[in-house]
Design a protein around this ligand. Structure first.
Ligand SMILES: [Zn+2]
Length: 86
């Protein structure tokens, strides 16, 4: 029990050697801890290489008076109907 195990059965043979059957939950906890540490470190490494794509600021738009298409506010001619909008 002291080493992270649940002893199910202890047997002593004729030579006096003791053998025990146990569930090694300490080994399982150690493996889970290793997995969490390694996955956290991998997440930190991958996060440095994968940068979020910067979102471009949306340019101001206006509605074309002729075709009601949304066009950039600085446009002088509509790209959809080619009418002068300036
Ligand atoms: Zn238009």
């Amino acid at each position: 029990m002291a080493r992270g195990e649940i002893v199910l059965k202890t047997a002593t043979d004729a030579a006096g050697k003791t053998t025990e059957s146990a569930i090694l939950y300490g080994h399982f906890v150690g493996t889970v801890l290793d997995f969490l540490i390694i996955s956290f470190v991998m997440w930190m490494i991958v996060r440095t290489f994968i940068k979020p794509v910067p979102v471009a600021a949306a340019e101001p738009t206006k509605k074309c008076p002729e075709c009601l298409e949304m066009i950039p506010a600085a446009a002088r001619r509509c790209r959809a109907c080619t009418s002068q909008v300036a």
